[in-house]
Ligand binder design. Structure first.
Ligand code: RAM
Length: 363
């Protein structure tokens, strides 16, 4: 989907995601978020069993963002927007987190935030299960848990704020690359960490998309992991290109991976020969689009993701919503979103950036 202006992008995103959620809300069972927590999880005073859509957002809510890693520019944009949103509803928000995105790196942070008595913890999970025990302990103290960007196991959180429909992200990444390589040749994926829930979900949909007849002449030869570390992602790109001399394209569905990969390719003999696409931020990718290393890549608005997640945490902590399917989240300037199956709220469809539109975006 390509629109001409950022403002139009925002309204298209809202309209499309409302459509997606409208369809998703038609079936399935009702999620009872309290049911998965230990018995001590629901002190009557802090965890109302029923949502009160008219409850005001409580003032002074203490909210913490726990990203995959603090030195990932994408996560910084998301969390900063979420912290700014908290100022709108008179909450106190902060960001804390590890400097690497390994599976267990977030555990000690969850424990500390729990001890500090936050009202809600927002987490971009590095591993769906490694964070589960500590998150359950937080919930047992009445703390609301919102996963965003990368989901935790659904039994350990109240909501997952998904940037876009996971299936749509995965399939559209393959289509984007296929169109640029005439549906032919060897391809590779440069991912983030091997445990990241979001990356792995998207890669499963990419693999499934590749089984369709229109991709019969494309072959996925390798999934490499740059661990969302800039230098490792740079080296993994180099390694892929050396190991597979016939490689025609790389999908890197991580902002860290695609920008490091583009930096490598832009200074190599592969520039103009190997197509790189994936998920990137316009500000990190601009120079590589301008120097023609990259033609097209995709993303959503990370600021909107942080904003939406922040409002979701506040609404949960204020009893406006409980996380059950069909409830409606009032998300400030983004309007309303309906909670879908398994406590998922979707921001909107991914957007494709290219040389013609990239200068309209600043994030
Ligand atoms: C990286 C991270 C993040 C992902 C984005 C697209 O910053 O891996 O989890 O959502 O890329």
């Amino acid at each position: 989907m390509v629109t001409k202006a950022p403002r139009r992008m925002a309204s298209a995103v809202v309209a499309a995601s409302l459509l997606v959620l409208g369809l998703a809300a038609c079936g399935g069972t009702t999620k009872d978020s309290a049911a998965s927590a230990p018995p001590a999880a629901a002190p009557a005073s802090s965890a109302p069993a029923k949502a009160d859509p008219n409850a005001p957002i409580k003032e002074g809510l203490k909210i913490a963002f726990l990203p995959k890693q603090i030195n990932n520019p994408y996560e910084t944009i998301v969390d900063k927007a979420g912290i700014e949103a908290a100022a709108e509803y008179k909450g106190e928000a902060k960001e804390v987190g590890p400097s690497d995105a390994s599976a267990s790196s977030q555990v000690s942070y969850i424990n500390t935030l729990t001890q500090q008595g936050h009202d809600a913890i927002l987490i971009a999970a590095n591993d769906a299960n490694a964070v589960c025990g500590p998150l359950q302990q937080a919930r047992a103290k009445g703390i609301k848990i919102v996963a965003y960007d990368s989901d935790a196991s659904k039994d350990c959180r109240d909501l997952f704020i998904n940037q876009a429909n996971s299936e749509e992200i995965g399939r559209s990444q393959v289509k984007l690359l296929a169109d640029m390589i005439d549906h032919k040749g060897e391809i590779a994926i440069l991912s983030a960490t091997a445990n990241a829930t979001n990356q792995n979900t998207w890669i499963e949909f990419m693999k499934d998309e590749l089984t369709k007849p229109e991709y019969k002449d494309m072959k996925l030869v390798k999934v490499a992991y740059g661990d969302d570390d800039d230098q490792k992602s740079f080296q993994e790109t180099q390694g892929l290109l050396q190991a597979y001399p016939d490689l025609k394209g790389i999908i890197s569905p991580t902002t860290v991976g695609i920008s490091a990969g583009a930096r490598y390719i832009s200074g190599s003999k592969y520039k103009g020969k190997v197509v790189l696409t994936g998920l990137g931020t316009p500000n990190q990718m601009r120079q590589f689009v301008k120097d023609k290393t990259v033609q097209k890549f995709a993303l959503w608005n990370p600021k909107d993701l942080g904003y939406l997640a922040s409002y979701a945490a506040a609404a949960l902590a204020s009893g406006q919503i409980t996380g059950a399917e069909g409830e409606v989240l009032k998300a400030g300037k983004l309007g309303e979103r309906t909670i879908g199956k398994d406590g998922e709220i979707i921001l909107g469809p991914p957007f494709t950036f290219d040389a013609a539109n990239i200068d309209q975006f600043d994030f």
